[in-house]
Design a protein around this ligand. Structure first.
Ligand code: FES
Ligand SMILES: [Fe+2]
Length: 302
């Protein structure tokens, strides 16, 4: 989602949040619910001193959620400090805002995610494109690490060169290599020896290596909005000096075509990935590795 207003309402992982930028340009995320009477804080405004002011009775909140002012009342600093809107850790990276919503369930914030070097750099160097899918985020991740579907699902577009291999009886090999940040996969047709690398970064980033340079990589985030909705966001590093608008428009139109092909089938899958009820074969090795991580991650939660 584009951050076009300040403050702005966003929904992530089933939580309604408000994000806002303070006077110093730093972004913050709070639960979009005023602790006074539950009004949506996103209806409010950012004051000149960088606090978020509730539209209803004008209470002001700092980026860390602590109340800075309750109009019409005399409160001690201690009393003010005890009034809090729930705040979540945020960070800005590759032109995108990252929010960890687990703190709302009293989970300690994890260290920031380990990300590829191709996502480092000033925000203006990146072009992004987003689609909303009516699907569980795990289905989307699995789609973006899967080598066996482009020959069929994308046979009229990016998979055209592989369709005849697949129909002609080629065998594909999908190697999975554990990495500190997740796993890398190397996929190739035994008959063609043309390999294609796809990386998975915990928890929801797939990196498709269409080339070795930073610009040759397509980063795809599968961001949970709710249990039944996922925002699929592609991020590309733009070539130096690129006309950002023109480049983004071209990338968006291409991504739109390919992602629409994926979206239709992924939306037809029910619920999250289903280890027990579905059959996996050798070319599902990346998906099986992802499913294992997902199962262990769920099992480790309180
Ligand atoms: S509901 Fe927010 S100040 Fe009253
Ligand atoms: Fe696809």
């Amino acid at each position: 989602m584009e951050l076009t207003s300040n403050p702005q309402a966003v929904e992530i992982a089933g939580e309604k949040l408000v994000v806002f930028r303070d006077a110093g340009g730093l972004w913050h995320a709070l639960l979009d619910k005023c602790p006074h009477r539950g009004a949506a804080l996103s209806l409010g405004a950012v004051t000149e001193d960088g606090n978020l002011q509730c539209r209803y009775h004008g209470w002001r909140f700092r980026g860390d959620g602590v109340c800075a002012r309750v109009p019409l009342n005399e409160l001690t600093d201690k009393a003010l400090g005890s009034i809090r809107a729930a705040a979540m850790p945020v960070m800005e990276l590759a032109g995108a805002l990252w929010v960890f919503t687990g703190t709302l369930q009293d989970e300690p914030a994890p260290p920031p995610p380990e990300l590829p070097s191709s996502l480092q750099g000033p925000p203006r160097q990146f072009g992004t494109y987003s689609q909303h899918w009516n699907a569980h985020w795990t289905r989307a991740v699995e789609n973006f690490i899967d080598f066996a579907h482009p020959s069929y699902l994308h046979r009229d577009t990016i998979g055209a060169w592989t369709h005849d291999y697949a129909e002609g009886g080629a065998i594909a090999t999908c190697e999975v290599h554990a990495e500190s940040w997740g796993f890398s996969t190397l996929n190739y047709f035994t008959t063609a020896r043309q390999g294609f690398r796809v990386d998975w970064y915990r928890p929801n980033l797939s990196v498709l290596h269409f080339g070795d340079s930073g610009e040759g990589k397509l980063h795809v985030f599968s961001i949970p909005v709710s249990a039944a909705r996922t925002r699929v966001m592609t991020v590309r590093r733009l070539p130096p000096g690129a006309d950002t608008a023109a480049w983004s428009a071209r990338a968006a139109s291409m991504d739109n075509t390919i992602l629409d092909e994926d979206r239709v089938v992924v939306e037809s899958q029910d619920g999250p990935v289903d280890e027990a009820g579905e059959i996996s074969v050798a070319t599902d090795a990346p998906a099986v590795a992802f499913r294992r991580w997902h199962r262990q991650m769920l099992a480790s939660r309180p």
